[in-house]
Design a protein. Structure first.
Length: 605
């Protein structure tokens, strides 16, 4: 039988002295050092050390591990790989490179997978109710796997919209040294001489319904729009949250940029594996990185790039894991003062590959730093600060994708928060690329997305109206569905600039037009959106940040007394559990008490 080596006690880094110590800076990219660790200080001691753990070790020997590998730190390498969509198909390949990096730097990688629900396929039908719920399941399943096997650190790879925040939430919840890595974006498709994305296909459905696109043209578009592995190519939710991972310092600089098929991703994956071992050696944990200032940096990056409104849901949820108060109104306040500097789809012209070609996310970060909009002293997974990471980056002036803060596309951010009599708990709208920022019109009310979409298809939407889609919030859906099928169909039929739309549900990062989401309180709990009737006058002002209905308080109170919550068909399973547990959208639609209620942190067991 292999002989068990003694515990290594030669460590002099902060990890051996307790992770509560102030984190120390470390060099980035040093691949020559194999770190040594004192296992008596790590969670994996509970499954690998001492005579009582012989049964546990027998399982590791059964998988071909050596005694040396067993007594190294155990590092979870988790990916959201599946065959559901191109977003995730390259993640297993990249995970192998991350495992190599962990091994080279003195750790033992243990690979596992979690779920993903891919919004592009779930969109437009009841499957979208699973999307936001999957964020919680992803975070919970990673937590349970890490806890159950006492892993000491984590590298997390994700590709599709909810998987990115889900993985990062688990890192912040567990607070073991962690590095996040995005699986990469899809390459742009080409159709009739122009770049296209999947959003063009969704809008093509509307054009087809309006007789503006033939069967043959729609088929040609659908066959070329998504030409490779990777997540949706515009500044939609996946690329927005990938940028957030770098802006917050949870991912290596530039790691979010390369397309999924680019082999440089494998090098970044290996570097991520090496980096997590340095973090473990130096005692740098995710909550050392994800401070209040780091969340502010993330919100700045979202607004400056016209990012997905879903970031206003995910950033509060991530902050909640750390015990930091950072809700929709905090995010909106930052959005209000941030200029729009990146000309990215859906509001602009360019896609993620174009950002990569000009130097990647560090170019956006450098522009924001030089404009005085970032906290440069925030720690990152390199062991250096944001400012230190950007010291060697020179802003590329020979390009038209990202503008300097001194010469923005527009002086206000690409995303705006709203509040008013129709949204006491707030709402959110993406204004990037929009010319009209105020809209007043009569309500056309629908109690689910399907009814609204059917009205669009039947040409029953009136120009100048405000479409209201309600009972699609976190509880009411349940699951807070995205509405890309409906908003894209409106655009395809030429109504995108002629109507507005409000919902207590969400919008895809690919949605464009005057579309307001996250209206709270939601209809299912009796929010004002539940009390609207056809013809009520709704006033939207994205300049001053207001969303109101032209009704008196007395009239709203009268309607509230007569209102009854409609029955919901989802009374069992995961959707029912989510509806029972979920909180309001302005606080991130979270399902547990979060970091503030934490008594014992997993990393300290």
């Amino acid at each position: 039988m292999p002989k068990k080596p003694p515990l290594n006690t030669t460590v002099t880094t902060s990890a051996a002295k307790g992770a509560s110590k102030k984190p120390v800076a470390a060099k980035s990219g040093d691949t020559s050092k194999v770190f040594k660790f004192d296992k008596s200080k790590l969670p994996s001691r509970h499954v690998t050390e001492g005579a009582a753990r012989a049964p546990h070790r027998s399982y590791y020997y059964a998988m071909g591990m050596t005694a040396e590998q067993i007594h190294r730190p155990l590092v979870g390498v988790v990916s959201c790989w599946n065959e559901a969509a191109p977003c995730n198909i390259a993640l297993m390949r990249q995970a192998q490179s991350a495992k190599k990096g962990v091994d080279l730097a003195g750790g033992t990688p243990r690979e596992f997978c979690t779920i993903t629900v891919t919004d592009g396929i779930a969109m437009g039908h009841q499957g979208m109710k699973s999307s936001l719920v999957s964020r919680e399941v992803i975070a919970d399943s990673i937590e349970l796997t890490m806890r159950g096997h006492c892993y000491d650190a984590m590298v997390g790879l994700a590709g599709c919209d909810k998987s990115l925040p889900g993985v990062m939430m688990s890192m912040l919840r567990l607070n073991v040294p962690s590095v996040f890595m995005y699986g990469g974006s899809i390459l742009p498709g080409r159709f009739k001489g122009r770049d296209v994305t999947v959003v063009d296909v969704f809008e093509g459905v509307g054009m087809h319904g309006a007789g503006k696109m033939t069967d043959k043209e729609l088929h040609e578009l659908e066959t070329v729009a998504c030409p490779s592995a990777g997540a949706c190519g515009g500044q939609f939710t996946a690329n927005t949250m990938a940028m957030v991972s770098e802006a917050m310092g949870l991912a290596l600089p530039s790691s979010a940029g390369a397309p999924a098929v680019d082999l440089t991703r494998d090098r970044y994956a290996q570097m991520s594996g090496e980096a997590v071992m340095r973090l473990l050696a130096d005692g740098i944990r995710p909550r050392h990185i994800a401070t209040r200032k780091a969340f502010e940096n993330a919100a700045v990056a979202v607004a400056a790039t016209g990012g997905s409104t879903n970031a206003a849901l995910h950033l509060p949820a991530m902050a909640h894991e750390c015990g930091i108060d950072f809700d929709l109104f905090d995010v909106a306040e930052i959005f209000k003062r941030t200029p729009y500097i990146a000309d990215l789809k859906p509001g602009g012209q360019y896609v993620a590959k174009d950002v990569y070609d000009i130097g990647g996310v560090p170019q956006i970060m450098k522009a924001l730093l030089e404009g005085g909009l970032l906290h440069e002293d925030c720690m990152t997974v390199t062991g250096k600060t944001i400012g230190q990471n950007l010291e060697g980056v020179k802003f590329n002036t020979n390009q038209k994708v990202v503008y300097p803060v001194s010469n923005p596309i527009s002086p206000t951010g690409g995303v705006v928060g709203l509040k008013g009599s129709l949204a006491p708990d707030g709402a959110i709208v993406k204004v990037a690329g929009m010319q009209t920022l105020k809209f007043t019109g009569p309500a056309q009310c629908f109690d689910c997305e399907e009814d609204a979409f059917a009205a669009v298809e039947a040409d029953a939407i009136k120009e100048g109206s405000v479409i209201v889609i309600r009972y699609e919030g976190p509880k009411g859906g349940p699951g807070m569905r995205e509405m890309l099928s409906t908003t894209a169909a409106l655009y395809g039929r030429g109504l995108g600039e002629k109507v507005a739309l409000i919902t207590d549900g969400r919008f895809s990062g690919g949605t464009r037009g005057f579309c307001i989401g996250h209206v709270g309180p939601e209809a299912a709990v009796g929010g004002p959106i539940a009390l609207l009737k056809n013809g009520d006058i709704i006033k939207i002002d994205a300049v001053n940040g207001t969303l109101d209905v032209d009704l008196s308080k007395a009239e709203l109170d009268k309607r509230r007394k007569a209102w009854k919550v409609p029955p919901n068909a989802y009374q069992s399973g995961a959707l029912r559990k989510f509806a029972d547990q979920v909180g309001p959208a302005h606080k991130g639609a979270v399902t547990h008490a979060g970091g503030k209620a934490e008594v014992v942190c997993y990393a300290d067991i």
